[in-house]
Design a protein around this ligand. Structure first.
Ligand SMILES: Cc1cc2nc3c(=O)[nH]c(=O)nc-3n(C[C@H](O)[C@H](O)[C@H](O)COP(=O)(O)O)c2cc1C
Length: 394
């Protein structure tokens, strides 16, 4: 056996090992890094991203909170659901497209709002905007974008949504909303699950904090407040910092809804009770999310709470979902449970960190292709044909 065969055998052994759950830790080293076209699923981008980015940047993207139980559980929850595929159905003309708030997208997979894409690639959110537009899907731009929102809006003509963190000052918050509206963003996505700073131990252990550049909050007041609220560069353990305006409650949402003049979605809903309130307060949509397991440890996996939420929303508004989606089959499971579309957070960042814009584009293409394949094999030619009867719960 020569060296190459021995290495191949070893890699094959590792790839089959239950220790590498979800293929998160494929053993790449510098001279073995595969090219973009060789990667077969989105997991394979993560180790390359990890290898290519400074440690603190990678940890900022990867981390959950505390023991990272919710982070693991977000993935494990998908394993409790199987399919009931139908045969001898003509699914030869696959159509994954859907229309959201008047805009047609090629598939029900959107780019979730994530902060500081400049940590992953120099052009940051501009690269993401082009990647999303090239697969004809929506990018939700984070308040904490590393590029000014106007520049991202102008990067492509494809529709984009703006994610809002309210605060720390109210005036800066309304100004952000106005800027997003003036720049042509089509909806506001209000994030409601991050009222306190979170305990991300990977970051606390690192001696250097990832410096998330921000291109969005540009009023002098907002900038001063932000600087004041920035923790020192060596993060302190258990800082109990509130990060948002003092009254992030339903009355804030009502004010936002009046001012925005755009559809407003609420991101971070995890219970039927809150979904019901969202309907009552006239939300235009919700995103069922545990923020990628980055705030409350022991938050449930979103796929587990989706059924109770879909039941109370009862098709009155779109129900989007994120947190842990890595496979086309994950997306199909959520659609079958009644989600309108799925957002992905870390995967496009892995793509950006590993191969820049081309990597983010490939990640989205892989997910779309996997979804198409799973739909075809289940006998579902379009999204309207997908329903709960497709699933078998363990
Ligand atoms: C690096 C990173 C930064 C994030 N920044 C934001 C943000 O600025 N605003 C927000 O609403 N959510 C933010 N999120 C949460 C995502 O919108 C989304 O809920 C989450 O990433 C979905 O989980 P996934 O990463 O497992 O796909 C962030 C997530 C990550 C991983």
């Amino acid at each position: 056996m020569n060296r190459r065969e021995a290495l191949q055998g070893f890699l094959g052994f590792l790839a089959g090992s239950p220790l590498l759950r979800g293929q998160r830790d494929l053993p790449y080293s510098d001279h073995l890094v595969p090219g973009l076209e060789e990667l077969v699923n989105v997991f394979e981008f993560e180790p390359i991203c990890k290898m290519r980015l400074p440690r603190q940047n990678y940890d900022f993207i990867a981390g959950g909170v505390d023991n990272e139980w919710s982070l693991r559980h977000n993935r494990d929850a998908f394993d409790k659901i199987m399919f009931r595929p139908r045969m001898l159905v003509n699914a030869s003309n696959l159509d994954l497209s859907l229309t959201l708030f008047g805009d047609k997208v090629s598939c029900p997979i959107l780019v979730a709002p994530t902060a500081g894409h400049g940590l992953a690639t120099p052009e940051g959110e501009l690269a993401t905007a082009r990647a999303a537009a090239s697969v004809e899907t929506i990018q939700i731009l984070s308040t904490n974008s590393s590029q000014p929102l106007e520049k991202v809006a102008a990067a492509t003509s494809f529709p984009k949504w703006f994610q809002l963190y309210p605060g720390p000052d109210l005036e800066g918050t309304w100004e952000r909303v106005q800027r997003a509206k003036d720049s042509g963003f089509k909806t506001i996505v209000l994030t409601v699950d991050a009222g306190y700073s979170s305990h991300r131990e990977r970051l606390l252990r690192n001696r250097v904090r990832a410096q998330v550049p921000s291109g969005t909050s540009t009023t002098p007041q907002a900038r001063r407040r932000r600087d004041e609220s920035e923790p020192p560069s060596r993060p302190s353990v258990y800082g109990l910092g509130t990060t948002l305006v003092h009254r992030l409650d339903w009355s804030f949402f009502d004010d936002l809804k009046k001012r925005a003049g755009l559809p407003v979605l609420i991101k971070g809903i995890l219970t039927a009770e809150d979904a019901e309130l969202a309907v009552k307060h006239g939300a235009d949509g919700i995103v069922v999310s545990n923020h990628g397991a980055r705030y409350l440890e022991y938050a449930p996996a979103t796929i587990e709470v989706l059924p109770e939420i879909v039941a109370v929303v009862n098709r009155k508004m779109p129900v989007l979902i994120d947190s842990g989606f890595r496979r086309g089959t994950d997306v199909l499971k959520a659609l079958a449970l009644g989600a309108t579309a799925v957002c992905v957070g870390r995967p496009p960042l892995w793509g950006l960190g590993a191969f820049g814009e081309a990597g983010a584009k490939r990640v989205l293409e892989l997910l779309r292709t996997e979804l198409a394949l799973a739909m075809g094999l289940c006998g579902k030619a379009n999204l309207a044909q997908i329903d709960r009867t497709l699933l078998r719960m363990m």
